[in-house]
Design a protein around this ligand. Structure first.
Ligand code: SAH
Length: 256
C-alpha cells in the first residue's frame, strides 16, 4: 500500500455535467474518496466506483456544511492514507473556489497533489447565455469579481477602479448584494444605461437569463426573484444575444 496518496483538486465545470474535462472524469473513475461541493452536478458522482467514499462538503450561501478547516483535515487524512482523493468543486477550483487554501494545506504535509481546471461559471454561463465576454469593438477586457462583502478578508473589491478600467464585469456571489453593487457602480461613474445580464443556473436545464441596466438592476432582480447560483454581467456585451436573436429571426423569415 502506498504511504502517500494523491489528492486531485478538480474543477467539475459550471453545471452541465458534460462540461467536465476528460482528465477530471478519469480521476473520478479511479477515486477512492470524493469530497464534493454543493454546486457540483451530482450526476458526475455516478462515474465513481460504487465503493468510493462520497463526502458532501456543500455550503449554501452563508452556511458551512463542513467548515474549510474540516475539509482540509479530511484531505490530509485521506492523502496520508495513500488514497486517491478527488476534491470536486463547482466551476474552476482556483476561481473563488478556495482551491489555493487546500493546496497550501496539502503542501504543508508534503502530500502529492494536482489541480485539474474546470470551466468557470463566468465562461460557461456567458457561453450558454450567448454573451461573448470580449467582442471586437465592444469589449477588450473582462474581470471576474466577487460581489460578496463577506469575502472581506483583506482583499476588498476596487469598484472605483473596475467601473472605469474593465469593459465587462462578471460578478460572482452577487445576488444578495445587488443594491450595494448598483450603488458602487453608479457612485464610480458607470452610466445607469449600461446593460446588465443576470444568468441564473447557467448551463443547466433550469437556466434563466434576464437583460436590464445598472439603473434598474435591483428592481428587475426583485421582480424575477433572482436566486442562487447566478452571475451578474455588466457591460455592452450583454446586448449581443438580442442582436443574434434579431439576425436569426430575420434570416429564418427570409429563408422560411
Ligand atoms: N469555483 C466556482 C465559483 C464558486 S463561487 C466557479 O469557478 O464557477 C459561487 C458562485 O459562482 C455563485 O454565487 C455564482 O455567482 C457562481 N456560479 C456557480 N455556478 C453557477 C451557475 N451554474 N450559474 C450561474 N452562476 C454560477
Amino acid at each position: 500500500m502506498r504511504t502517500t496518496g494523491r489528492v486531485s483538486i478538480v474543477g467539475a465545470g459550471p453545471g452541465d455535467p458534460e462540461f467536465i474535462t476528460v482528465k477530471a472524469l478519469k480521476r473520478i473513475q479511479e477515486a477512492d474518496v470524493i469530497l464534493y461541493d454543493r454546486l457540483v452536478n451530482e450526476e458526475l458522482l455516478s462515474y465513481a466506483p460504487p465503493e468510493a467514499i462520497r463526502i458532501y462538503c456543500g455550503k449554501a450561501p452563508g452556511e458551512h456544511a463542513v467548515p474549510q478547516e474540516g475539509i482540509n483535515k479530511l484531505l490530509i487524512r485521506y492523502g496520508l492514507q495513500g488514497k486517491r482523493v478527488v476534491r470536486l468543486k463547482g466551476g474552476d477550483p482556483f476561481v473563488f473556489g478556495r482551491g489555493g487554501e487546500e493546496v497550501l494545506a496539502l503542501a504543508a504535509y508534503g502530500i502529492p497533489h494536482e489541480v485539474i481546471p474546470g470551466i468557470t461559471s463566468a465562461i460557461g454561463s456567458a457561453a450558454s447565455a450567448g454573451i461573448p465576454l470580449t467582442h471586437r469593438g465592444v469589449a477588450a477586457s473582462f474581470a471576474c469579481v466577487t460581489g460578496s462583502r463577506c469575502h472581506g478578508d483583506g482583499t476588498p473589491v476596487r469598484w472605483d477602479l473596475l467601473a472605469h478600467s474593465v469593459d465587462t464585469l462578471v460578478i460572482y456571489m452577487g445576488v444578495k448584494q445587488i443594491p450595494f453593487i448598483r450603488e458602487q457602480l453608479l457612485l464610480h461613474g458607470k452610466p445607469g444605461a449600461t446593460p446588465v445580464a443576470f444568468i441564473e443556473q447557467g448551463t443547466t436545464h433550469l437556466q434563466r437569463s434576464f437583460l436590464c441596466t445598472v439603473e434598474d438592476m435591483q428592481e428587475v432582480a426583485a421582480q424575477v426573484k433572482l436566486g442562487n447560483p447566478a452571475l451578474i454581467v455588466v457591460g455592452e456585451v450583454a446586448h449581443i444575444p438580442e442582436q443574434v436573436a434579431a439576425l436569426q429571426s430575420a434570416a429564418s423569415m427570409r429563408i422560411g
